[in-house]
Design a protein around this ligand. Structure first.
Ligand SMILES: Cc1ncc(COP(=O)(O)O)c(C=O)c1O
Ligand SMILES: N[C@@H](CCSC[C@H](N)C(=O)O)C(=O)O
Length: 440
């Protein structure tokens, strides 16, 4: 124990059993159950105990595959457990309000670990707007593993309830969704799912907001997971996935999968993630401020903007009842694929790139990039507009960002700069009330 009562020891080796009851190699002990934060979240993000024998201020990177000492040790092999990874997992459990957190090599790795518990015939209820990679994995499970996947508009609780049944074993939600920024009632769906089948697991992808802004476990979800590649790390220099759970038996199943498949996060990547988490609050605050101003700027030019910071967002009230901020991703429609392409190509500061959550601002056309793996017919069926542009706003100076978008809109032919400011050109009210026909 530290003088303040915080547990500091690496902990005693725990006995782990595999799914058939056989002994597993020693693995790190789960974090102690969450008892509430001692400090404000911004402080908790920074405050970690390194547990280092030399009192190193930064948790050392245990860049070792093996640990000497034989049976009974907490660590024997990094696939099964590593002190740097354990330290990160304990820190994450604290900020995710989870009893246990586990870290793996990517967000999709986390989704894979979670969905590996599904069996043929199991039913999964999920959204009609989902990150393309998640859709790809679920489609694979449907086509190859006999899992039934039901896509439904998760913003509509009645529609969700209509497809829930005792056969529903998992509900997989994103909120806000990527890229349509739809907001989903986590508590409402969790309670409907558990009413339909008390054993159903509600998993929420929290990538868009991070634990700084939303804690799905507090809202009734059984699992929260996210791509640590995004806000948690914040610099696009590491791939990571994070899983948080309160049910320790479920945590053991996920640990079994991680150890068996070898997807646990590497020591150096664990350290990078730990480092990124410390600045999550300041990054997120600045990114949100910038995003709100950009959302208003685009809205004022007649684009159809999707951002839960805007009162015009259809689930504005719901969003603010379950989250502490609107995040830093917005999408907007121009009404024309050709115009969208011109805008994306005309930006200078906003880099054309997939992903989000980085300190740098990015611009993308999801249908061509992050969601290209969803075939065009399915995109149409699910009302994913081909002209949609996604902005992932960073921490740059706001004036520079607005200036960049302004010049891009002018160069792309969307607005014209006049003595009185910007004047809409060919596409005033674009995408909101007008049908725009693309030029060939
Ligand atoms: C909402 C969402 N979930 C999960 C993932 C997967 O994360 P990763 O790229 O770290 O595998 C992504 C992006 O890739 C995402 O946007
Ligand atoms: N080629 C990748 C695309 C990654 S998209 C990353 C991120 N989730 C986003 O939404 O931008 C793939 O096919 O997975």
């Amino acid at each position: 124990m530290a003088s303040d009562g915080t547990p500091t020891g690496i902990g005693k080796a725990m006995k782990h059993l595999d799914l058939d009851g056989h002994d597993l190699p020693p693995s790190p002990a789960p974090s102690s159950p969450s008892t509430g934060h001692k400090y404000a979240l911004a402080t908790e993000l920074v405050y970690t105990e390194s547990n280092d024998q030399h009192n190193a201020s930064s948790m050392p990177i245990y860049q070792s595959a093996t640990f000497k000492g034989g049976p009974g040790q907490e660590y024997d092999y990094t696939r099964s457990g590593n002190p740097t990874r354990t330290h990160l997992e304990r820190h994450l459990a604290k900020i995710m309000n989870a009893n246990r957190a586990l870290v793996v090599s990517s967000g999709m790795g986390a989704c894979d670990v979670i969905t590996r518990i599904l069996k043929p015939g199991d039913e999964v209820v999920t959204g009609d707007d989902l990150y393309g990679g998640t859709n790809r994995l679920l489609t694979y499970l449907k086509d190859n593993n006999g899992i039934i996947i039901r896509h439904v508009d998760t913003t509509n609780l009645e529609k969700v309830t209509a497809v829930l049944s005792e056969k529903t074993t998992m509900v997989l939600l994103e909120t806000p969704t990527n890229p349509l920024i739809k907001v989903v009632d986590i508590a409402g769906i969790a309670s409907a799912a558990h009413a339909a089948n008390p054993a159903a697991l509600v998993a929420t992808d929290n990538t868009m907001l991070s634990p700084y802004l939303q804690n799905p476990l507090d809202l009734g979800a059984d699992i929260t997971y996210e791509s640590g590649t995004k806000y948690l790390s914040g610099h696009h220099d590491v791939m990571a996935g994070v899983i948080g759970i309160n049910n320790l038996a479920l945590g053991e199943k996920f640990f079994f999968m991680i150890n068996s498949t070898g997807c646990g996060l590497a020591p150096f990547d664990s350290w990078l993630l730990l480092r990124g988490i410390k600045t999550l609050a300041v990054r997120m605050e600045k990114q949100q401020t910038n995003t709100m101003a950009i959302a208003q700027f685009l809205d004022s030019h007649g684009f159809k903007v999707r951002y839960p910071g805007l009162k015009s967002h259809p689930q504005y009230a719901l969003h603010w009842s379950q989250a502490r901020g609107a995040g830093a991703v917005l999408s907007f429609e121009t009404g024309s694929v050709a115009l969208s392409e011109r805008i994306v190509e005309a930006t200078r500061l906003f880099g054309i790139s997939v992903s989000f959550g980085c300190v740098n601002s990015l611009i993308s056309m999801p249908c061509r990039m992050s969601h290209a793996s969803i075939d065009p017919a399915t995109r149409k069926e699910r009302s994913l507009p081909e002209d949609i542009i996604r902005l992932c706003v960073g921490i740059e100076d706001l004036t520079d960002l607005i200036d960049d978008l302004s010049q891009a809109l002018v160069r792309a032919g969307a607005v014209r700069l006049t003595e009185n400011g910007f004047e809409a050109l060919e596409l005033h009210d674009a995408g909101r009330t007008r049908q725009v026909v693309d030029e060939p």
